[in-house]
Each structure stands twice: as C-alpha cells, then as structure tokens.
Design a protein around this ligand. Structure first.
Ligand SMILES: Cc1cc2nc3c(=O)[nH]c(=O)nc-3n(C[C@H](O)[C@H](O)[C@H](O)COP(=O)(O)OP(=O)(O)OC[C@H]3O[C@@H](n4cnc5c(N)ncnc54)[C@H](O)[C@@H]3O)c2cc1C
Ligand code: SF4
Length: 326
C-alpha cells in the first residue's frame, strides 16, 4: 500500500456540476471511499481530482416517491440497514446493506458506491509490486489474464451485495449526465466484462435508486454465503422476492451477486410459477442458478464450489421464505 498524495478534492453543489467535472480527464467520483481509496493505495486507481458529492442537496435522503422509494446515491448503508420502514417493506435490501463489510465501513459506504464498486480478482486486488512481479494482467497494464490466459476478457467478479436485493425488487437507477437525466433498469447499469463492468458514460453520475414500494402478500429476503462470517466479500449473495397464491408461486424474482462480472437477475423463473415450493421446484431453481452463474478462478475459492454455494443458498432461501409465507 502506498500513501495517497497530491489529490485535488472538489465538492460540487449539483449533480450536473459533478457530471461536468467528470468530463475532465483524471477526475473520479468519491463517496464513502471504502472501495476507491484502498484501490488508490494499491495503485489500481490514480485520479488527480476527486469529486465528492456530499455537498449535493438531498444526496443522502430516503423518501417515498410516486409509489416507490427513492434512495439518494449518497445514502449510507448503515442508514438503509437501520431504517425501520425499509426493513419491513424491503427486508432483502435492509439485510443486504447490513451484510456489507463491517459496521465502520457501512457508516461511510454509500448506495451508489456499493453499486459502482470495482470488480475484484486475486490477481488484481494486490499491491503494485505484487502485480508487477506477476507481469501485471489484462485488466491493467498487462496483456494476459491469469485466470483465463487464452481469453481476451477479464473475469474479475462483481462482489457488491446490495445489487442482488435491488435486482430482485426490480429497481431502476436514475442517472444524471451533462445534458439529461434518465432512468434505466438496474441490470442495464452493467456489462459482462470484469474490466469495464459499468455502462455509465464518461460523464454520467448515479443520482438515485428507485425501488417499487412493498406489496401486499410479497415476501422477500437476502442471504450471503461467505468464508468468514464476521466480514467478507460474498462467495454468493442471493435475494428473492416472491408471492404465494393458493399454495403455489404466483411471482418469483431472484438477484445474485458475487459469481459473475456483473450482478445477475435470474432468467427463467417463470418455470416455477404455478408450482408449490417442493423438492422438484427447489431442484429447478438450483439448476437455473447453476446454469447462469459463471464463477471463475478470480477468487481464492474453487469455481465449482461457488456455483454449488450459489445454488444451495438460493434453494434454502426459497424454502425458508415460502415456509414463512404459507
Ligand atoms: C475490508 C473491506 C470489506 C468489504 N466488504 C464488502 C462486502 O462484504 N460487500 C460489498 O458489497 N462491498 C464490500 N466492500 C467494498 C466497499 O466497501 C463497499 O462496496 C461500499 O459500499 C462502497 O461504497 P463507497 O461509498 O465507499 O464507494 P467509494 O469507494 O466512494 O466509490 C466506489 C466506486 O463508485 C464510484 N461512485 C461513487 N459514487 C458514485 C455515483 N454517485 N455515481 C457513479 N459512480 C459513483 C466511485 O467513483 C468508485 O469508482 C468492502 C471493502 C473493504 C475495504
Ligand atoms: S480476471 Fe484476469 S484480467 Fe481480470 S483482474 Fe483477474 S487476472 Fe486480471
């Protein structure tokens, strides 16, 4: 780790000003800094100007908005975790926020920072001398991926917990650019590429996240499998939102994080609708998950183990939530 020196810190009053500042080469947004600052100290990121959004009015607010909840980009994870109404209406979100890192991190870490955090890899989240002595890698300064040496892309894993819950709830992100403000489904914030996993334009800023408010009859939850239960990135994080009608599944939505270069909204859950949550349904869910997660050798844990963990975590969560809802 190296010291951080000679940084200019600017604090714009509006998100449009932030977008304008972002257009300048060498500038970067900073929120809680819990992802960016360690990466700067490892020489992975090297911005000359940091754009701090804490001066933007309402950036840290949670408010009801036309039948949805609007979470400002700068809401801290501790605020989400401790918000009593969110815990009742959107329990998977509160649980996911509370599963990130440790309490001190969560008091500084923000929602947008969590969604936009860099992907991770055992060959990348290392000190500069370690990476240099390994010939760097395709993601930064090198030309070979040590995980898949014959491939042309980076397989670093996206390990943000909160996106899994937001995908299960069908959240949208609000984005501010220099000339426009627009919304897009959260899934479209990401590419399947560990070296460039965000679809944000060079001068676009995440302004807020919109989540449909809690619905009658819907139950939801989040589970994170990790090696160290005290504090660790996920082997797999899974969130489910479902509704049972007459003992069978009427709605099911699944978000998964930690296994691919982007958080994943599980496809094909319609195959489970109209079915009771029995062993056959759990087997179907397990197969859907195993087919769509693509863990690679970018973490210390074997790829197939992470695939099995993701499937089992989803199956357990579905069984528990369905039993609670019945
Ligand atoms: C020891 C340790 C353990 C951790 N464990 C976990 C974990 O278990 N789960 C997990 O999910 N994360 C974990 N993290 C990663 C990180 O702490 C969290 O993801 C945190 O939520 C990042 O938020 P932040 O506000 O600190 O982001 P920052 O570090 O400030 O920013 C992260 C990235 O987001 C960009 N960004 C910030 N705001 C915006 C915006 N409004 N629009 C567009 N881009 C923006 C920044 O430019 C930067 O690239 C851990 C980190 C550490 C150091
Ligand atoms: S997956 Fe490959 S290219 Fe990406 S960070 Fe790891 S070693 Fe580098």
């Amino acid at each position: 780790m190296r010291p951080i020196e000679d940084i200019q810190l600017v604090r714009p009053a509006t998100l449009t000003d932030a977008a304008l500042l972002l257009a300048e080469e060498g500038s970067r947004l900073v929120a809680g800094g819990t992802d960016l600052l360690p990466n700067m100290r490892r020489g992975i990121a090297d911005p000359a100007v940091l754009i701090d959004l804490t001066g933007v009015a309402g950036i840290g607010a949670i408010e009801p908005h036309h039948g949805q909840w609007r979470f400002g980009a700068g809401v801290t994870l501790a605020t989400i975790e401790r918000h009593a109404q969110i815990a009742r209406e959107l329990p998977a979100l509160a649980q996911a926020a509370g599963a990130v890192a440790g309490p001190a991190h969560r008091s500084a870490a923000t929602l947008a920072g969590n969604l936009c955090q860099d992907t991770r890899c055992v060959y990348y989240n290392q000190s500069e001398w370690w990476r240099r002595s390994n010939g760097w890698c395709l993601k930064l300064k090198g030309d070979t991926c040590h995980v898949a040496p014959h491939g042309k892309r980076c397989h670093a894993a996206y390990q943000g917990d909160v996106a899994a819950a937001l995908l299960a709830y069908g959240a949208e992100v609000e984005i501010v650019g220099v000339e426009k403000v627009f919304r897009r489904p959260l899934a479209e914030l990401y590419h399947d590429d560990g070296a460039a996993h965000l679809t944000l334009g060079a001068n676009e800023v995440v302004a807020a996240v919109h989540v449909p408010a809690g619905q009658a009859g819907r139950v939801s939850g989040f589970r994170k499998a990790r090696t160290r239960s005290g504090m660790d990135f996920p082997l797999a994080s899974v969130a489910l939102a479902l509704r049972l009608e007459g003992g069978v599944l009427a709605e099911l939505s699944v978000g998964i994080s930690g296994t691919n270069s982007h958080p994943l909204k599980l496809d094909g859950t319609y195959a489970l609708l109209g079915r009771p949550v029995d062993d056959a349904a759990l087997a179907t869910l397990g197969k859907l998950v195993a087919k769509q997660v693509t863990p690679m050798r970018s973490t210390f844990t074997a790829s197939n183990h992470r695939r099995l963990v993701a499937s089992a975590t989803a199956q357990r969560l579905l069984r528990e939530l369905a039993a609670g809802a019945a």
